[in-house]
Design a protein around this ligand. Structure first.
Ligand code: ADP
Ligand code: MG
Length: 321
């Protein structure tokens, strides 16, 4: 199958109409209209087979996740998703793979009315690079650098599920029960917390999405905000599925260090946090207070009695030896 036919397949299967796309797939570049008074928010996330996902991952799931991880970055900025471009390298022109990939991508894109407006297709080891574009009113983006001493630290949803899902997928056992399927879905089809990000504009002092694990990602907020954080391990939200999961590692370790959850970690002023969390809950967004911003640097974890728990510092780093 020729490159042109693959592009046509992607275009057809991902079609989403938007008034602000003046020119989509088919010309040398796309033409899109950024609303007046908005800032353009742009990010890219790459996925390489065998590095970011097991080679055997279903192409539909690869399509979903390659967009989801990018939408999660937009969510963490408080941005409204609008457009995407797709860089795709594959060893052979595999029509069935591309069709299923495009269906997975489109299933999530349609939920957010996001249009795929261009990309590039080439031969090479299976690699996917998605760039997403969104917008946010001028000056309203959520950033990593605004956390203040005394703020409360919160997370959306539950932590550790995707890490448990990864353990299940690597062990290739017990995948047929409901609990395992739920955990595998959390790994393969993460739901970006776009609504939560939008609701936190003008409220959160800092925000990040959890892709590399809570300790690592909250550590980024601390570093950029020049503060420290104290986490209460007993407060970390866990799903019933994680509580039922048995493996070599403790649930706490999965919750602190497991990546791929794509929940939001954010900070709120002490004075307004209960009112903000109440408002989030009333619109169906689950969020939990897990700790506090303190003077100093780095993330410390303690148990319910306040006793310190030793944690490894780093999260996932591709170039660490
Ligand atoms: P050019 O050679 O001018 O860069 P291409 O032949 O690479 O153009 O691409 C033709 C059109 O198809 C362009 O509009 C491009 O954005 C789009 N396109 C190419 N690959 C992809 C892809 N993987 N996903 C979406 N659009 C693509
Ligand atoms: Mg050209």
């Amino acid at each position: 199958m020729a490159e042109f036919a693959l592009i046509e397949l992607i275009r057809e299967r991902t079609a989403v109409e938007r008034d602000d796309v003046r020119l989509g797939i088919g010309d040398d570049a796309a033409l899109v209209v950024v609303p007046a008074g908005a800032e353009l928010v742009v990010c890219t996330d790459m996925m390489v087979a065998g590095v970011h996902f097991p080679e055997a991952t279903k192409p539909f799931d690869v399509g979903w996740k390659s967009l989801a991880v990018n939408l999660s970055d937009l969510a963490a900025m408080g941005a409204t998703p609008a457009w995407a471009t797709l860089g795709l390298a594959m060893p052979v022109a595999d029509q069935a793979w591309v069709a299923a990939y495009a269906d997975g991508f489109a299933a999530l894109a349609r939920q957010f009315g996001l249009a795929l407006v261009g990309g590039d297709t080439t031969r090479g080891p299976l690699t996917i690079s998605v760039t997403v574009h969104g917008f946010v009113e001028v000056g309203m983006a959520l950033r990593r650098d605004g956390a203040c001493v005394g703020d409360v630290v919160c997370v959306t949803g539950t932590l550790g599920d995707a890490a448990a899902g990864l353990r299940i997928s690597l062990a290739e056992q017990g995948q047929s029960d409901d609990e395992s399927r739920t955990l595998l879905d959390r790994l393969n089809r993460p739901v970006p917390r776009v609504d939560a990000g939008l609701a936190l504009r003008g409220c959160a002092t800092a925000c990040i999405d959890i892709s590399d694990g809570l300790i690592a990602d909250l550590g980024h907020i601390c570093y950029r905000s020049q503060v420290g954080a104290e986490i209460n391990s007993a407060a970390l939200p866990s799903s019933a599925q994680l509580r039922g999961f048995t493996g070599d590692e403790s649930h706490l370790s999965l919750q602190l260090h497991g990546g791929d959850d794509y929940e939001l970690c954010f900070t709120l002023p002490e004075s307004s946090h209960s009112e903000i969390l109440h408002r989030l809950h009333s619109t169906g967004i689950a969020a939990t207070v897990i700790g506090r911003i303190v003077k100093g640097s780095g993330v410390r974890v303690s148990d319910a009695t306040g006793r310190a728990i030793a944690v490894e510092k780093s999260g996932w780093e591709h170039f660490s030896p």
